[in-house]
Write a protein that binds this ligand. Structure first.
Ligand code: PRP
Ligand code: URA
Length: 207
């Protein structure tokens, strides 16, 4: 499969297993999701361009490096919010946009209910974050919205992806790379990922 990056770092996998376990309460779930998002960001940003930055060390001038472009983080509400703080700890200067998308529980079709993006998002590096890629409907709708806003460079970052969702996203948006900590077996008849972790939003927020 192309344009999919599996982050199978042993520390990430250990934390993901703890988080999936049904005995993790919402406090533990939130803490683990936050830590995994932070660790994943290190890998996700590995190929970003840098530009020269002249500085002066205590001993002499030198040309250092810095990220070449501004960064915008876009969580898909609600569950994407659970990853935002962890990503922000690695990228503290990032701006944040919000996209509200939820699935119709019967049809599984995405319903967009809120959008607020920084005005100059088009020229930034965008990380679209959502822990779950199930049918791919929500992710695909969010990517289409970002493209309409002029975004040229974006990555989709999730925790658990189903093969069905990866295929759907690749079909609709083949140029958008997907980063995930796990590729699970399949969806069940209600559109939940198996083995998955349950309903991410409910587990984060205790609803
Ligand atoms: C979950 C999840 C994704 C979506 C994935 O959100 O956070 O956004 O489902 O499913 P899909 O790939 O089939 O679209 P949900 O619709 O449950 O909303 P919530 O985050 O508000 O709970
Ligand atoms: N959304 C979730 O929160 N979990 C799933 O398994 C599928 C979609």
């Amino acid at each position: 499969m192309q344009n999919i990056f599996l982050i199978d770092h042993p520390v990430v996998q250990t934390k993901l297993t703890e988080l999936r376990d049904y005995s993790a309460n919402h406090r533990q779930f939130r803490e683990l999701l936050d830590e995994i998002a932070m660790l994943m960001t290190y890998e996700v940003t590995r190929d970003w361009p840098v530009s020269p930055r002249p500085i002066r060390t205590p001993l002499e001038p030198m040309i250092g490096k810095q990220l070449a472009r501004q960064v915008t983080l876009v969580p898909i509400l609600r569950a994407g919010l659970g990853m935002a703080d962890g990503v922000m700890r690695i990228l503290p200067d990032a701006r944040m946009g919000h996209l509200g998308v939820r699935r119709n529980e019967e049809t599984l079709e995405p319903i967009a209910y809120y959008q607020k993006l920084p005005p100059d998002i088009a020229d930034t590096e965008v990380l679209l974050i959502d822990p779950m890629l199930a049918t791919g409907g929500s992710g695909s709708a969010a990517i289409s919205f970002l493209k309409k806003a002029g975004v040229k460079s974006m990555k989709f970052v999730c925790l658990v992806a189903a093969p069905e969702g990866i295929e759907a996203l690749h079909k609709d948006h083949p140029e958008v790379p997907i980063y995930t900590a796990a590729i699970d077996r399949q969806l069940n008849e209600k559109g939940y990922i198996l083995p998955g972790l349950g309903d991410a939003g409910d587990r984060i927020f205790g609803t």
